[in-house]
Write a protein that binds this ligand. Structure first.
Ligand SMILES: C[S@@+](CC[C@H](N)C(=O)[O-])C[C@H]1O[C@@H](n2cnc3c(N)ncnc32)[C@H](O)[C@@H]1O
Length: 406
């Protein structure tokens, strides 16, 4: 019994919060927010397609958002689905207005999913906001008798585990999350070299790729059991520019962090052990990596999209604001620092403490590292980019319910 408890606690510890808490990620995720802006029309059309494939008997539409984090970006994605379901339902009832006049008692259940240790309080506050940012009570999406039409719930569990009953979900989304792999391969340097950035050696690149192939396949097979026939999943994930020639000379966001870490290593302010400890459990896949996994799951999913398009490049901050003089170079640098703090500080602090550093020592090292990112950008303002591969997957018919969950 004790051994079981220890194992569970150890597992929760290794799943330390990845995004900086207290709503910090919500405020410093404009880059991820741009990805959502690009994806919204595509999610909307995916939801309409999915709705058309279900029979008229559906009364409850179950929707999941995998890796929702603190919710600011997630709200907009779910809004797109709620609007699409509402539109579809109005059309179906032949009344050209909204669901509030529909005779069909259609309801939506939204499940927000993330790690148990994430900042759930910020997510719940976001869902309850009354300023129009939440998907609850969207104008035109309520029933006339004011019965709730959209419901919400949350699940704290890794998306590399089973989450829902068989054939339960009608739609699922995941934005900027599935590049977080289930564990770090034990190779050095890893990364901040991100296993496959321009700077990473062959060995760490291969180890990261193999972990990603197995994790992403597992994720897709688990979801194939949980999504109904005809159901759809929209995935947008951080992608590597390695196979895109037009991006090869440009500054990738990860390069800024790589440079800060490398300079601290060179000047003795970080040891190899520190660098190994703060390695993020991430693999940023190329288009070829994704295609490889899609081939493996071709029995259960039919993907579309997931090819590079230049409009999918996104930036940490509003570069135009800097060019037009609305923000200073220092402010630009601060945005880069805060972006990196939002996505990595909680994880890195915990990992440095796990190898024996005091909280103060860990904070000192990380303050220096983030400070170096800020100073480098302020001294030489840049438009570091990131981009995403995104697309939808249609759940094929007759998926065997005994899919491996290994
Ligand atoms: C960069 S955030 C993206 C949040 C949000 N989807 C957005 O677009 O802003 C990545 C999220 O994935 C979550 N995550 C990472 N690994 C996970 C796992 N194994 N299971 C569930 N969530 C995970 C992190 O906790 C984090 O909240």
């Amino acid at each position: 019994m004790n051994t079981d408890n220890n194992a569970t606690e150890a597992k929760l510890l290794t799943l330390a919060p990845t995004m900086k808490q207290g709503g910090f990620y919500n405020k410093n995720s404009t880059l991820q927010g741009q990805t959502v802006s690009i994806g919204i029309p595509l999610v909307h059309s995916m939801a309409l397609t999915a709705m058309r494939s279900f029979g008229p008997g559906e009364e409850l539409i179950n929707i999941a958002d995998f890796g929702c984090s603190q919710g600011a970006n997630s709200m907009r994605v779910i809004q797109a689905i709620v609007r699409a379901v509402t539109e579809h339902s109005s059309r179906e009832s032949n009344i050209p207005t909204t669901v509030n006049t529909s005779s069909r008692p259609l309801s939506l259940m939204v499940f927000h999913e993330d790690l148990p240790s994430q900042d759930w309080q910020s997510l719940f506050l976001q869902v309850e906001k009354k300023d129009g940012s939440s998907y609850l009570n969207l104008p035109g999406c309520q029933k006339r008798d004011s019965t709730p039409h959209v419901f919400s719930a949350a699940i704290g569990r890794s998306f590399y585990e089973r989450m829902f009953p068989d054939r339960f979900l009608h739609m699922a989304v995941s934005f900027t999350a599935v590049h977080w792999i289930s564990q770090r391969p034990d190779v050095y340097p890893g990364a901040s070299w991100f296993y496959n950035s321009r700077n990473s050696p062959e060995e760490s690149h291969k180890a990261g790729a193999n972990q990603f192939y197995s994790d992403f396949e597992n994720f897709l097979r688990l979801r194939a059991i949980e999504v109904k026939e005809g159901g759809q999943m929209y995935i947008s994930m951080s992608a590597s520019p390695l196979e895109v020639p037009e991006l090869s000379q440009k500054n990738f966001v990860q390069d800024d962090l790589d440079a800060a870490i490398k300079s601290m290593l060179d000047s003795g302010l970080m040891t190899k052990d520190h660098v190994k400890a703060i390695t993020l459990p991430m693999y940023i896949p190329t288009e070829r990596d994704l295609k490889k996994v899609f081939e493996r799951v071709a029995d259960v999913w039919e993907p579309s999209g997931f090819s590079y398009f230049p409009e999918a490049n996104v930036y940490i901050s509003c570069w135009d604001d800097f060019v037009n003089g609305f923000i200073t170079a220092e402010h630009l640098g601060q945005q880069y620092e805060d972006f990196w703090r939002a996505v990595s500080e909680s994880w890195m602090t915990g990992q440095l403490q796990a190898i024996g550093l005091s909280a103060e020592a860990a904070t000192q090292i990380l303050n220096e590292m983030y400070g170096r990112v800020r100073l480098a950008v302020s001294a030489s303002p840049r438009q570091s980019f990131s981009f995403n591969l995104m697309g939808s997957l249609r759940r094929k018919e007759s998926v065997p319910l005994t899919c491996s969950t290994a």
